[in-house]
Design a protein around this ligand. Structure first.
Ligand code: TYM
Length: 331
């Protein structure tokens, strides 16, 4: 059976982009593959969260994984820092990761541009830690959104480089995966780019948002006076609303508004109202489960401990093999 690994950083609540780009696939994959889903708390340290926030974010992602339908009986759910073996593999992979390629990573360049005062080594070596997460369980499939594609390419580079250096085929190649075949980018509500936590207030719809909050966020999305010529191309901020609609609404709804667009009689107020209601319907089952699971501390502890034990077993086996391959031997 193929092995699957994926993770999400503990940087706050999960949003619709995390859910559609990643978590929905996790839930589907657990029935067919040997799955490891973790909470990337080490990765989230690049932005220096305060200790109380870090812990509550880790807890929130755990709750939301479970609420979305990841089943601890089918998948191994764990917190990255509960499996310290990942740090050893990270260190070993860093020996073969070159400054130039790390600096060229798009995510690194974006972070440097966004926050030039915090260009730390953790940020630079983010892709080697991510490769360590994946190679630790020798996974072949990694369900992620479009923004992570380059990190998967780098993971293959690091794994193959290790294999070539030591004359082994120990690490398999892993590929970004989505059931719908094409990797997904869920647009945000600000009309610019992808939905993301750090893209500004109101851009992201969170799984835990109340219907009221969702309505407010959607109604505030940028629109204009409407098309002036039939069948014209939609500007990006309007296309984004249609793309979101394709993800949460029925085909008939999308068709209805698309035709209204083409005929120049679209009413954006109606479109946004409909989009908000369809998002609410889409997210309500998850939100209700978030509330229930969040209250059950004993269950959360049990899931985290059980997952950590299972993940460590797999990780320890890899580390033992890797040490052997490299020539790190016990006296
Ligand atoms: P993170 O925490 O930024 O995002 C978690 C997952 O959500 C997806 N995602 C999106 N998908 C579609 N549209 C969007 N707007 C959108 N925003 C986020 C991301 O693609 C991702 O799948 N580096 C990873 C965490 C990580 C990881 C790993 C993933 C660490 N180690 C090993 C896989 C395997 C990250 O920053 O995700």
């Amino acid at each position: 059976m193929e092995t699957v690994v994926s993770g999400i950083r503990s940087t706050g609540n999960l949003h619709l982009g995390n859910y559609i780009g990643a978590v929905k696939n996790f839930v589907q994959m657990q029935n067919e593959y040997n799955c490891f889903f973790f909470i990337a708390d080490y990765h989230s340290l690049t932005t220096h969260p305060n200790p109380a926030n870090l812990h509550s974010s880790v807890r929130q992602v755990l709750v939301e994984y479970l609420a979305a339908g990841i089943d601890p009986e089918k998948s191994t759910i764990y917190i990255q820092s509960d499996v310290p073996e990942v740090t050893e593999l990270y260190l070993l992979l860093n020996m073969n990761a070159y400054l130039g390629e790390l600096q060229r990573a798009t995510s690194f360049k974006d972070k440097v541009r966004a926050n030039p005062n915090n260009v730390n080594a953790g940020l630079l070596t983010y892709p080697t830690l991510m490769a360590a997460d994946i190679l630790l369980h020798r996974a072949t499939k990694v369900p992620v959104g479009k923004d992570q594609e380059q990190h998967l390419e780098m993971t293959r580079t690091f794994g193959n480089r290790f294999n070539n250096m030591y004359g082994t085929e120990y690490f398999p190649e892993s590929y970004a995966f989505n059931f719908g075949s094409k990797l997904i980018k869920v647009p945000g509500l600000d009309g610019k780019g992808k939905m993301g936590k750090s893209e500004g207030e109101g851009n992201a719809v969170f799984l835990a948002d109340s219907p009221e909050v969702i309505r407010k966020k959607v109604m505030r999305a940028l629109t204009d006076n409407g098309p002036t010529e039939p069948n014209s191309k939609k500007p990006d901020y309007i296309q984004n609303l249609f793309d979101l609609m394709k993800m949460v609404s029925t085909k008939d709804t999308v068709k209805h508004f698309d035709e209204a667009w083409k005929n120049c009689n679209i009413r954006y107020g109606d479109l946004k109202k409909q989009l908000a209601e369809d998002m609410i319907t889409f997210l309500t089952p998850v939100r209700q489960k978030i509330e229930a699971i969040s209250a059950d501390e004993t269950y959360l502890r049990q899931v985290a401990r059980h997952g950590a034990a299972k993940a460590r077993e797999s990780a320890q086996k890899t580390i033992q093999d890797v040490r052997e391959i490299i020539g790190i031997k016990r006296f």
